[in-house]
Design a protein around this ligand. Structure first.
Ligand code: 5GP
Length: 189
């Protein structure tokens, strides 16, 4: 998505060779027009799949998932993070190692909001090592629902996640795939 790539080049701040800060439009301040265009891209890619629900993870997936859901006219469910390892009966849960927080979270979704028969589109802001996406895929599987695919805003292709999740059979559609990045610039696939 050209508009997104240009925006990453303009406002993305490369913190080190593996983390990029996009607080100006995606992770702190939100550019709603851009997010709306992103939602439209995801919709046109997955529109024939009879999506019944969008699943994302708090906090930074929620905004983009919400604007995407307006196109599909379906609810958004966001997986919540807790540091507790309890697994009450009324929740689906998965352990996820967070790339940015460098610690393990237990993510969970109430059983009330995911049902067998649901066709789920996962939306997230980043794909790095793939742990968030694989955790959400486990939750969808546990619910007996179908994971139709995953819409990712920024995939860092030089990290392991893309290969891992595609090898796991997940249909991933990324709008910007960063091949490499450093102080001297960002290149896309
Ligand atoms: P993964 O589970 O694929 O390793 O990481 C995905 C999650 O980590 C995303 O939901 C995102 O919030 C966060 N993340 C991963 N890499 C980056 C990055 O370079 N910049 C920012 N801002 N967040 C990232």
């Amino acid at each position: 998505m050209e508009e997104l790539k240009q925006r990453i080049l303009k406002d993305g701040i490369v913190l080190n060779n593996s983390v990029i800060k996009v607080d100006k439009f995606l992770n702190h301040q939100l550019d709603i027009t851009l997010l709306d265009n992103i939602g439209s891209e995801f919709y046109h890619h997955f529109m024939d799949q009879e999506i019944t629900k969008i699943l994302t993870i708090e906090a930074s997936g929620i905004a983009v998932a919400t604007l995407t859901a307006l196109y599909f006219n379906v609810p958004v469910v966001f997986a919540r993070k807790s540091e507790s390892i309890t697994h009450p009966e009324d929740k689906y849960s998965a352990d996820v190692y967070s790339f940015t927080h460098e610690k393990q979270f237990n993510i969970f979704v109430s059983r009330e909001y995911l049902k067998p028969g649901d066709k789920i589109l996962v939306i997230d802001d980043f794909l790095a090592n793939g742990q968030a996406l694989l955790g959400m895929a486990r939750i969808v599987h546990e619910a007996g629902a179908t994971l139709v695919g995953a819409g990712i805003v920024i995939e860092k292709s030089f990290q392991d996640g893309g290969k891992l999740v595609r090898d796991a059979g997940i249909n991933v559609f990324s709008l910007a795939r960063i091949k490499n990045m450093s102080d001297s610039g960002i290149t896309f696939l």
